[in-house]
Ligand binder design. Structure first.
Ligand code: ADP
Ligand code: MG
Length: 349
């Protein structure tokens, strides 16, 4: 007897393959909510309503008044690698939509009972629905009246993947994550009206408004009034880099880095280079492991930033990272100049 028999290789059943890759995008209810809210934003919605039961484990429903999906595209919306947002590599390089991988709905429907209802026409008597239960898709698209826009209902997340369901935390913890995902989206689009309901109670109701005052009201209602009272508005442009937002003063620091929002072209990111620039700028005004609070928006040309680094798109890669870092550092450093102990000696550069 020689070596053991080589095991034969087979292609995974598509349903199983979907469940495996679903893990990349769908780690918990908050991740589902994020994907659905991003789809609503990409569909140019003006009003987005999020309804959640039991922290999202039982139900996550996102309803929007966006473009809707045409009848003929309804089933395709749930297939893997099916997207309306890019077609070519060129499109990918200059992508400005939040989605483009065409994976979210396929992944979510592989691990939940999903129903997609949409109307791409103006008559509210129109509309269609397609349902999928853990990927056993009922390919049938049935008529279902819906006002112009889309509703996605995700029930019983991980009902068919017990190993993943086991990792769900308490209702309170899951909802806290989901609310955080909602906060990020609501802070990214002030022109959209947002609602969040949990177990039939309204948690947030945010009217639209793009003025500085309206933005401050929204930030106050999402992050607390004291932040806005202890923050400085910043607005700065150098070449094709534009930074705006609210920079928390050292008098309003926190024990945890839990209120730090940084958006690149409307997409919330956690980036080491950005974190470093911010830390440096606050270095001599914050002590003892305290963390600043900020809500900052960096806008750059879409083709100098790569968003296709990670499936959740929380990471980005800048073509000229050094330039971005220096711009952020100098902008924040200057904004905080008069809060420094040696403020008198500070040059006004
Ligand atoms: P992606 O967002 O990466 O394109 P998704 O799986 O999230 O992939 O969605 C697949 C497609 O379904 C989208 O490209 C879009 O055409 C359509 N779609 C999904 N959600 C909505 C929505 N809320 N409104 C309109 N179209 C939607
Ligand atoms: Mg999407």
């Amino acid at each position: 007897d020689s070596a053991a028999v080589a095991p034969s290789i087979h292609v995974l059943d598509p349903r199983l393959a979907n469940q495996i890759s679903a893990g990349e995008v769908v780690e918990r209810p908050a991740a589902v909510a994020k994907e659905l809210m991003e789809n609503a934003i990409d569909a140019a919605a003006r009003r987005i309503e999020v309804e959640v039961e039991q922290g999202g484990a039982r139900l996550i429903k996102v309803r929007d008044d966006g473009t809707g999906i045409a009848e003929g595209d309804m089933a395709r919306a749930l297939s893997r690698h099916a997207t309306s947002k890019i077609e070519t590599l060129d499109d990918l390089e200059g992508v400005s939509s939040l989605g483009f991988r065409g994976e979210a709905l396929a992944s979510i429907s592989a691990v939940s009972r999903l129903s997609l209802t949409s109307n791409a026409l103006d008559d509210p008597r129109d509309g269609f629905r397609v349902v999928a239960e853990g990927r056993s898709m009922e390919a049938r698209v049935t008529p279902a009246p819906h006002p112009r826009g889309t509703s996605v209902e995700v029930r019983d997340l991980f009902f068919n993947t017990p190993a993943r369901r086991k990792f769900l935390r308490t209702e309170k913890t899951e909802f806290a994550h989901l609310e955080e995902a909602f906060r990020r989206q609501a802070l990214s689009r002030y022109d959209v009206a947002w609602t969040l309901r949990h177990n039939r109670k309204t948690v947030h109701q945010l009217p639209p408004g793009d003025s500085a005052a309206a933005r401050e009201r929204r930030i106050a209602s999402l992050l607390g009034k004291t932040f806005i009272e202890h923050a400085r508005h910043i607005e700065r442009q150098v070449g094709d880099l534009r930074l705006s937002g609210w920079v928390g003063l050292p008098t309003h620091s926190r024990a945890q880095a839990d209120q730090q929002y940084f958006f690149v072209n409307g997409r919330v990111v956690r980036d080491r280079l950005v974190a470093h620039a911010v830390r440096q700028a606050y270095r001599d005004v914050l002590y003892g492991g305290r963390h600043p609070v900020f809500v900052l928006y960096l806008d750059v040309d879409p083709d100098v930033v790569d968003v296709n680094v990670h499936p959740t798109k929380h990471e980005v890669r800048f073509r000229d990272g050094r330039k971005v870092h220096d711009f952020l550092f100098s902008s924040l450093h200057h904004c905080l100049a008069d809060t420094r102990p040696d403020a008198v000696a500070e040059p006004s550069a």
